[in-house]
Write a protein that binds this ligand. Structure first.
Ligand code: XLS
Ligand code: NI
Ligand code: NI
Length: 444
């Protein structure tokens, strides 16, 4: 059965002392972390688009990867060859999941099925691949973390999907989303993601911001309404990103998305899928985005990767920065861990990493980085110093007057009299940043 990966065996946990590159050194799926197996804390997913559908192109060069399904995709001499390619790709994907032991996967329609000559044909191709997914999922026990529609690659979407000036494109996008929600629901997907690929603009000279925002609000309301009508139990997630491909994207960051959800009354229906590289592009740290989403009650899931810190592009590299990842998991664990969300590797190989083996090394490394980070985060929580110091910093707010002031029980005049009567003269207190940084360093 094992063909594309040419006999690579299932990756096992061998511990930090093993020097076997085809083993996990930190990810032990059964090890309990804060009372739950790591497998269930981390909820790893492989991303179809980068790991199976991307051919190694960049803005200056064509494909570098040779994959047997790419040849078939391009073979127009036999009418069924694009579907054969899609089936081969799907089977190979499950080989990869099996080797890695990743419990979930994620996909866009365009990653898994050939585009048809009409929307009807595209949908029927998608459904045929979903049949195969159903069989493979039943055989392997691998589950769907989320599905999504690619509403950004085809030229029809060049001026946006929901935010397109042409209502027919809006309608086409809505129909495409419906088909993808149907498939995600059928496959037991735990979330449905909307990333606004081209929901943004290049120039204000041809763009009405107010119209485009209202269109996007309407599309999201339609999605939420449909979710309830079909009884989809999963979570609807928006994925923020500040730019790329458009110059200005409407879902800039978590703060912007939260404001958007409030404006359209959807803050209790929709959460966010936060990607490391997108946080960096927005000028934030990843843990900032995670912590802010938690503070707003809209945290959903994460797209794990890393950006090159110099190039300023969304380079989607596999993660390798344990401290960065640990601080994010710290906030996630403190908030009770993932609910329907998980850790999706929205990460791609470098285009010189040609071999099937490179895909395996990339995921082993990424899973180990996350496992190490998770253990560090759990240790920080168990140690509790960080949390105690944070609590202590705000302890003054336990005082009765302080509580009254915060709850709206005092006017500005009353607060003023209180200060003057008591002769308050607050003294600055150290923030202890270096001490806290040293504390983190003990655990990561
Ligand atoms: C692109 C996004 C995309 C989403 C899914 O930058 O990360 O891959 O995760 O459409
Ligand atoms: Ni992503
Ligand atoms: Ni990205």
């Amino acid at each position: 059965m094992n063909t594309f990966f040419n006999g690579i065996e299932k990756i096992a946990y061998e511990g930090a002392d093993s020097s076997n590159p085809l083993a996990f050194h930190h990810y032990d799926p059964d090890q309990l972390v804060l009372g739950k197996p790591m497998r269930d804390q981390l909820r790893f997913a492989v991303a179809f688009w980068h790991s199976l559908a991307w051919p190694g192109t960049d803005p200056f060069g064509g494909p570098t990867f040779e994959r047997p399904w790419f040849d078939l995709e391009g073979d127009r001499t036999r009418p069924d060859s694009p579907m054969q390619a899609a089936r081969l790709k799907a089977r190979t994907a499950f080989e990869l999941f099996d080797i890695l032991g990743t419990p979930y996967f994620c996909f866009h329609d365009a990653d898994v099925r050939p585009e048809g000559d009409s929307l009807a044909e595209s949908i029927s191709n998608l459904n045929a691949i979903a049949d195969l997914f159903e069989q493979e999922m039943a055989r392997t026990g691998v589950k769907l973390l989320w599905g999504t529609a690619n509403l950004f690659s085809h030229r029809r979407f060049m001026a946006g999907a929901a935010t397109n000036p042409d209502p027919d494109v809006f309608a086409y996008a809505a129909a495409t989303i419906k088909a993808n929600m149907d498939v995600t629901h059928r496959l037991g997907g735990e979330n449905y993601v909307l990333w606004g690929g081209r929901e943004g603009y290049e120039t204000l000279l041809n763009t009405s911001l107010s119209r485009e925002m209202d269109q996007m609000g309407r599309m999201l309301a339609l999605v939420v309404d449909y979710k309830h009508r079909i009884g989809f139990p999963g979570t609807i997630l928006l994925e923020p990103k500040p730019q790329e491909p458009t110059k200005h994207q409407y879902d800039f960051d978590v703060a912007t998305v939260y404001g958007f959800l409030r404006k359209y009354g959807l803050e209790n229906e929709v959460r966010v899928n936060i990607e490391v590289g997108h946080a960096i592009l927005a000028g934030h740290s990843f843990e900032h985005e995670v912590a802010l989403a938690i503070a707003h009650g809209i945290f959903g899931s994460i797209d794990m990767n890393r950006n090159d810190y110099q190039s300023g592009w969304d380079t989607d590299q596999f993660p390798n920065n344990v401290p960065e990842v640990a601080l994010a998991y710290y906030h996630i664990l403190k908030a009770g861990g993932f609910d329907t969300g998980g850790t999706n590797f929205d990460a791609k190989l470098r285009r010189q990493s040609l071999d099937p083996l490179d895909l395996v090394h990339a995921h082993i490394g990424a899973m180990d980085v996350c496992a190490r980070a998770l253990k560090a985060a759990a240790a920080l929580i168990e140690d509790a110093t960080l949390d105690d110091m944070l609590e202590a910093r705000y302890r003054g707010w336990d005082d009765a007057t302080a509580r009254k002031m915060l709850a709206g029980g005092m006017s500005l005049e009353e607060i003023s009299s209180h200060v003057l009567e008591k002769g308050l003269d607050p003294q600055p207190v150290s923030g202890r940043q270096e001490y806290l940084e040293n504390l983190i360093n003990r655990f990561v």
